[in-house]
Design a protein around this ligand. Structure first.
Ligand code: APR
Length: 261
């Protein structure tokens, strides 16, 4: 199927959803944070980190083999994210949340930039690099309350296992409740908007299919076609999410129908 790439047609379909108070569901990926300068996992593997394999840095086995190295890797990435700022794409999505009466933002990103831009309800499929839990029992951990917060890694005050970032490592299950909320939202979506994801990492990549099967109109924003574009996307807006989401928001806000809702 060849998606429609007209901005005006896509806008009209979104305005229709807005006017009908339809259910708007968004799935974002690493591309949405690109304009904030956040390197992808692989892009971040430079310098000191260039010679490590992903299996060494982002798996349970890698952590057990060398807890300090994995802890330091996440400290390094956390600092990069902390120094970054939300970009116009993040801001536009936060403003769309206010515009649409039914709105769900699902993200594969762990960088917290959607929340920093003002998004209130974010389903984080892969966790959040600023949260911590313990390795063995998933106890949530706040570093501020630990006696040894500077250890790398510290240990859990409840069960004494190592503290780790609350992110999904390779080979791990996604948080069950979040995943089921994401699929529930997709299954009742009128509009599914995919932005900045290659659509190859499962199970996130199946969320748009759930929306499509339920009859949603699927929009995609990406500078390049993704694995999803040609077989489920109705409107493909080629470009960066910072630019296109901002343009869509501006046009939606100018829609007089919005003011009558
Ligand atoms: N705006 C929108 N999209 C962009 C931009 C941009 N400025 N720049 C790049 N992209 C697109 C790329 O064309 C690509 O399709 O973003 C996508 C990024 O793809 P991936 O790096 O595969 O990211 P993602 O789909 O989020 O990967 C899922 O894989 O590595 C794991 O846990 C990690 O969450 C990540 C998951």
């Amino acid at each position: 199927m060849q998606p429609d790439s007209s901005f005006d047609n896509a806008l009209a379909a979104l305005q229709d959803c807005l006017g009908r108070q339809g259910n708007f569901v968004v799935l974002t990926g690493a591309g949405v944070s690109k304009e904030s300068g956040i390197p992808t996992f692989r892009d971040a593997q430079t310098g000191l980190w260039a010679n490590y394999r992903a299996e060494d840095l982002a798996t349970r086995e890698g952590f057990l083999n060398n807890p300090q190295m994995v802890w330091d890797w996440y400290d390094f990435r956390r600092n990069k994210v902390w120094d970054a700022q939300p970009n116009p794409g993040h801001v536009a999505l936060a403003k769309m949340e206010v515009l649409f009466s039914r709105f769900t933002l699902i993200t594969q990103n762990i960088d917290n930039l959607h929340q920093r831009a003002g998004s209130k309800q974010v389903l984080e499929l892969h966790g959040n690099i600023f949260r911590y839990k313990c390795l063995e029992q998933n106890h949530p951990v706040s570093l501020d309350l630990l006696e040894n917060p500077d250890a790398s890694p510290p240990t859990c005050p409840v069960c004494n296992s190592y503290v780790r970032p609350d992110v999904v490592w390779f080979g791990e299950m996604l948080p069950e409740i979040i995943l089921s909320q994401a699929f529930d939202a997709a299954s009742s979506a009128d509009v599914m908007l995919i932005a900045g994801t290659s659509g190859v990492v499962q199970p996130a990549a199946s969320i748009p299919a759930a929306a499509k099967e339920a009859g949603a109109t699927v929009f995609e924003i990406n500078p390049e076609m993704s694995a999803l574009t040609s077989f489920m996307v109705d409107y493909f807006l080629q470009g960066t999410s910072g630019t296109i989401l901002h343009q869509l928001l501006t046009a939606l806000q100018a829609n007089p129908r919005v003011k009558t809702l």
